[in-house]
Design a protein around this ligand. Structure first.
Ligand code: ADP
Length: 227
């Protein structure tokens, strides 16, 4: 049987705030399968970013286990978590966080070179990915010379540069006008289908969410299936 790319098991996360503790996640469960795109829809403050940070090994839950493939991660130290993140997980945020002094191509090469690939291979892969995302003519441009939608497509190319198994995106089109958001989202879903990666995408945009394979929400700290 195929194993899930990501399995969140009974995730509990409580934040201590000044005068109270806030139980953001109260036993959240979620399995993501290869090639599947899942929209995470919930109002602000529901815990979407917390869930994505925990899924991305950026934050540890108070209880529960995060499995990447069939591998539990709770026992891993920081160095191992960083390695897993670098190899297995791609992130896309609302703001692109591209490095301004580097070209689009160099921004997509960097994670590959950090991983140890040579410049030539990294450069070829960056060129291919950017071409696939419709940015063939922009490879030598710096972020400031590109539109918001183009910058975000470069961020998507960077996120998948190391062929991760899991893509996590936090409001990836939240900062774009509807037409551009539509275009960027189309590029993202096409890439998910072509590469077979699993993606969890937090979004407020119901129209875009309807184009994904599956929709889930966070209610009272647990994941519920929509539809
Ligand atoms: P969303 O992404 O759905 O908007 P978040 O996961 O960012 O929700 O936040 C969920 C709740 O947890 C919010 O009320 C937020 O204020 C609180 N929260 C998030 N991070 C922290 C933190 N580090 N310390 C205290 N409270 C936090």
């Amino acid at each position: 049987m195929t194993e899930p790319v990501l399995y969140l098991q009974n995730i509990v996360r409580t934040y201590q705030q000044a005068d109270r503790s806030l139980e953001v996640l109260r036993g959240a469960e979620l399995a993501l399968w290869p090639g599947q795109s899942v929209a995470l829809i919930a109002p602000s403050g529901a815990g979407k970013s917390t869930l994505l940070h925990i899924a991305g090994l950026l934050e540890k839950p108070d209880e529960g286990e995060v499995y990447l493939g069939n591998e539990p991660t709770a026992h891993m130290d920081d160095a191992e978590r960083t390695t897993r993140r670098r190899l297995d997980i791609g992130f896309v945020y609302q703001f692109h966080h591209l490095l301004p002094e580097f070209t689009a191509q160099e921004n997509v090469m960097l994670p590959q070179m950090i991983r140890g690939l040579g410049k030539k291979i990294a450069s070829e892969r960056a060129g291919e990915l950017l071409g696939y995302l419709g940015l063939g003519e922009r490879v030598k441009h710096r972020p400031a010379e590109m539109s918001g939608g183009e910058q975000q497509r470069v961020a998507i190319a960077r996120a998948v540069a190391n062929s991760p198994r899991l893509l996590l995106a936090d409001e990836p089109t939240g900062n774009l006008d509807p037409k551009t958001a539509d275009h960027v989202f189309g590029a993202l879903t096409q890439l998910i289908r072509a590469t077979g990666l699993a993606a969890l995408v937090a979004t407020h945009n119901l129209e875009l969410a309807s184009r994904m394979d599956r929709r889930v929400a966070l209610r009272e700290g647990v994941v519920v299936e929509l539809d």
